[in-house]
Structures are given as structure tokens and as C-alpha cells.
Design a protein around this ligand. Structure first.
Ligand code: UDP
Length: 493
């Protein structure tokens, strides 16, 4: 007799901000009785395999199906398989080509594994057709907010920025229930003017409409207006099952190692440093896994943090250290250590643990969606410092809709360190934002109250009977019914 267990294949896109939530989601499916297979390459699997092994050993039906990254064909060293390893545009180009070449092996696996459904990252638009060939649903996994996805769809459709006299003139996002103003400089360049990337990104948003529906790492209580807008006006079926990270990583050990291959020290220096600080006195500063900062910007951040007089932990990418005058940051690190004011974590921080630590009182974030959800879950208000992609939309959500963020005043949507000199955020602007967030004024108090409320809602929604909890169960039930009716159809015909 054919198994009634639902088989779902997950295909993440190899960048931490996309992969981490998808792996968390796949694990949640398995914990709710689904037979899960995750397709990825060796180096990417090594960042999460221990969780899969532990779930498997606990009796859940979950495994990783490895495919070979075409390193030699694209001219990359072994093990360079993730967008975060793209330290130059050349490497980034090769990585993208390598990822593109995985289509064939993934499609072959789809045929071999015969899943009942595929959940694939938004970047794998081609999987819509691959799933259609097999007669199974493809679920589009969108790794950011409903708000940002709606903004993309409406701006692509109505192009409200066309015909403005300058790149810094404001336009209003059409169709939104709130008045959200932006400048053309704050939207991605491929959307501002058509370029080679437009041909890649626009079909991605189109592919969403041809999918069975979209899965969000978001939750109903957080952005219900935009959940409604997406389902109603855009007509896209969707499920909000987040925040998946706090749902699946409930104990400290799992939090600590998430997204990282190396084992964490038990008596970590950063933890002793945080333990020595008063409650809610430390600002955590992180720009996510991909951002690279220009040297001029690093200098402004260092001075801004120092001049603010508040305690801080700042995560600095090793890439940034290589970027030129090394000694500046090293001298700064030394000085801050002596004054016990600031702590630099090089490269990768155990972000969930830092955010949940009682000494942490706020975050400077690049507005990556996962970092936003994680801060919010810890009940922390934010300084919004968007850099690229969807991050400027997320800034608006934080500042104008949820009222839990202070904008630092970022002006230009640019990947990496290529922003113009005028767009470098100055130390005075940083000090001003830090004073608002970490000070004892009315604004800070209100943002803290709002953030705590949302933090509580984010904890409730994933508990049994909560919105996200119920949605996940309903989705699994729906997919199981589809499987059954398909099996019945096949029997009858
Ligand atoms: N992250 C982390 N340590 C770091 C940097 C990032 O654990 O030093 C995690 C972070 O907690 C989040 C993800 O990596 O889950 C980054 O995703 P996000 O959407 O915030 O930003 P992106 O890196 O995609 O720009």
C-alpha cells in the first residue's frame, strides 16, 4: 500500500538569510510528521547538518540529499558554495553561475524522489515549471516580509518612480494602506532602471503568481494588513508560519550554533563581557551576512558608536578587515576593550544568544528580515540602517508602520561598499539615532513597549493554538488531502 506520509522536498538558496529560515521551516515540517528531504551542496549542508542528524536521531523523518557544486567548471575553489563567500564581483558571478548549473541535478532528483510537493526558494523561479512537469505543487518560499513583497509587486507594476525629476525626489508606494514614501535611490537599481538584473528578478516575481502559493517566515499579528493585501489585491495564496527560528531553536545550544560550522566555546569572551553589563545597556550592531562596508563607513560607525557613549557589540566581517587600513579597526578594538565600552566580534556572531541576553537593549540592523524577526522576538527596538535589496522596504515597515525603529538616514540601495561618498552615513547621524534608541526619552519608551508587545505576539503565535502554529498544521493537512485526491484520481483513471 502506498504510504500516506507526505513527502516534501525543500530547495534552499545558498545565502544565510535564505537558507537559515528554510532549514528551520523544513525541520518544523518534519516535526509535524512530514517526510522531508533538503537538497543542497556539501559545504552548505555542513552549516546545518548536525541539526538534521539530531532530528533524525530523535525519530523524525528528515534527510539531506547532497548534490555536487560545479566548483571546477566555474573556476572556484572547493567549498566556496555560498553567496556570503562572494568576496568580489568576480567570485559572486562564478557562484551565481554554479548555482544556475544545479538546475539539472535538482530536476533529476525531483524525478527520482517523486515528492508530493516542492518548497523552493524565491530565487529558484525555474522550479515552477519543473514541478508542473511532475504535476505537483510548487510552494514559493519568500524569505522577507509581506510588506516588502507587496512593495516589489506594486512598484514593478505601476512604476511610481518613473518621470520624477531626480533620484532623491519622493514617491508614494501605490496601493498600500499606509502612506509610505521612498526615493528612487532607495529601491534596487534593477527596478529603478531596466538592466541585466531586471531580466532575472522580474520573472522571479512573476513565477510567484504561477506557484501554488507562498510560504512566509512572518506571522499574522505582525503584518496582517499586508498579508491581506497580498492575498486580496495580488491574489496570491499564502501561509504565515513564522517566526520559524524561535519555534525550532528553543534551546540555547541550538541557538548558539545556528548558521555556523564551528563549535562555540563554553566560556566565551563576549558572553563574559555581556554578563558584566547592566540590563538593556548594550547596543548590538550587525549588518547581516552579506553586507561589506566601505572603509570610510567603518570609520564613521566606529566614531559614532564611541561618541554615543553607549555600550556596544559590533560584528565586523573578516572581509571588512581585509578591506584596507587594518590598523584603524584594531586600534579601535583595543581602545574600546580598555575602556570596557565596546566589543568587536569578528566575522560571525551567535546572534540569537546575544539578542536574548538581558544586557542587550537594542540593535542596529541592516533590516534583513531574519534579523528583524529575531530582534522583535527578543522584544528589542531597532536602529534601521538598510543597505540593499528589500531592506529599505523593511525599514519603512519598522519605522512607519510598526513604530519600533529609528531610521539612521540611509539614502542609497547598493550592494557592498560601492555607495557614493555622499551616501556614507556620518558619525553625527549615528550618535543621534543611538541617543534616541538607547536614551530614556519618550520615543525610546514607546518603541520599547511596541517591540515588547510584538515580541509577546511572536512567542504566542507559534504555541499550540496560535496563528502560525495552526497555519502550519492547516498547510500540511491541505497538502496531505491533495496527495490523497491525486492518488484516488490515479486509481480511478
Ligand atoms: N547571522 C548570525 N550571525 C552573524 C550574522 C548573521 O547568526 O554574525 C544570522 C542572523 O541571525 C540571521 C541571518 O544570519 O538569521 C541573516 O539574515 P538576515 O535576513 O538578517 O540578513 P542577510 O544576511 O540575509 O542580509
Amino acid at each position: 500500500m502506498e504510504s500516506q506520509q507526505l513527502n516534501v522536498v525543500f530547495v534552499p538558496f545558498p545565502t544565510p538569510g535564505h537558507m537559515i529560515p528554510m532549514i528551520d521551516t523544513a525541520r518544523l515540517f518534519a516535526k509535524h510528521g512530514v517526510n522531508v528531504t533538503i537538497i543542497t551542496t556539501h559545504a552548505n549542508a555542513s552549516t546545518f547538518q548536525k541539526f538534521i542528524d539530531s532530528d533524525f536521531n530523535a525519530g523524525y523523518s528528515i534527510k539531506t540529499q547532497l548534490i555536487q557544486f560545479p566548483s571546477a567548471q566555474v573556476g572556484l575553489p572547493e567549498g566556496v558554495e555560498n553567496i556570503k563567500d562572494g568576496t568580489s564581483l568576480e567570485i559572486l558571478g562564478k557562484l551565481s553561475r554554479g548555482i544556475w548549473m544545479l538546475q539539472n541535478p535538482i530536476e533529476i532528483l525531483f524525478k527520482d524522489l517523486q515528492p508530493d510537493c516542492v518548497v523552493t526558494d524565491m530565487m529558484h523561479a525555474w522550479t515552477v515549471e519543473a514541478a508542473a512537469k511532475l504535476g505537483i505543487p510548487r510552494i514559493h518560499y519568500y524569505s522577507s516580509s509581506y510588506f516588502s513583497n507587496c512593495a516589489f509587486h506594486f512598484i514593478i507594476k505601476y512604476r511610481p518612480h518613473d518621470g520624477l525629476v531626480s533620484d532623491t525626489q519622493k514617491f508614494t508606494i501605490p496601493g498600500f494602506p499606509h502612506t509610505i514614501e521612498m526615493t528612487p535611490l532607495q529601491i534596487p537599481d534593477w527596478l529603478r532602471e531596466k538592466n541585466a538584473a531586471t531580466a532575472y528578478f522580474e520573472p522571479m516575481f512573476q513565477s510567484e503568481k504561477r506557484s501554488y502559493g507562498t510560504l512566509y517566515n512572518s506571522f499574522h499579528e505582525l503584518e496582517s494588513d499586508y498579508e491581506k493585501l497580498s492575498r486580496g489585491t495580488l491574489g496570491i495564496k499564502s501561509w504565515s508560519v513564522g517566526p520559524v527560528s524561535s519555534w525550532v531553536n528553543k534551546d540555547d545550544e541550538k541557538k548558539a550554533n545556528r548558521g555556523n560550522m564551528e563549535e562555540l566555546e563554553k566560556e566565551a569572551d563576549w558572553l563574559n563581557w555581556l554578563n558584566s553589563k547592566e540590563n538593556e545597556s548594550v547596543l548590538y550592531v550587525s549588518f547581516g551576512s552579506l553586507t561589506r562596508l566601505a572603509h570610510a563607513q567603518l570609520v564613521e560607525i566606529a566614531h559614532g558608536l564611541e561618541n554615543s557613549g553607549h555600550n556596544f557589540i559590533w560584528v565586523v566581517r573578516a572581509n571588512d578587515r581585509d578591506e584596507g587600513e587594518n590598523s584603524f579597526l584594531q586600534d579601535f578594538e583595543q581602545r574600546m576593550k580598555e575602556r570596557k565600552k565596546g566589543y568587536i566580534i569578528w566575522n560571525w556572531a551567535p546572534q540569537l544568544l546575544i539578542l536574548d541576553h538581558p544586557a542587550t537593549g537594542g540593535i542596529v540592523t541592516h533590516c534583513g528580515w531574519n534579523s528583524i524577526l529575531e530582534s522583535l522576538n527578543a522584544g528589542l527596538p531597532m536602529i534601521a540602517w538598510p543597505m540593499f535589496a528589500d531592506q529599505f522596504y523593511n525599514e519603512k515597515l519598522l519605522v512607519d508602520v510598526l513604530k519600533i525603529g529609528v531610521p539612521v538616514g540611509a539614502k542609497e540601495n547598493k550592494l557592498w561598499n560601492s555607495i557614493s561618498v555622499e551616501a556614507v552615513v556620518k558619525r553625527e547621524e549615528i550618535v543621534k539615532a543611538v541617543e534616541i534608541l538607547m536614551g530614556s526619552g519618550r520615543e525610546s519608551k514607546e518603541m520599547r513597549i511596541n517591540a515588547k508587545k510584538l515580541g509577546d505576539a511572536s512567542k504566542r503565535t507559534i504555541e499550540e493554538g496560535g496563528h502560525s502554529y495552526n497555519t502550519l498544521i492547516q498547510l500540511i493537512d491541505e497538502l496531505t488531502s491533495l496527495k490523497k485526491s491525486k492518488a484516488l484520481d490515479e486509481k480511478v483513471n
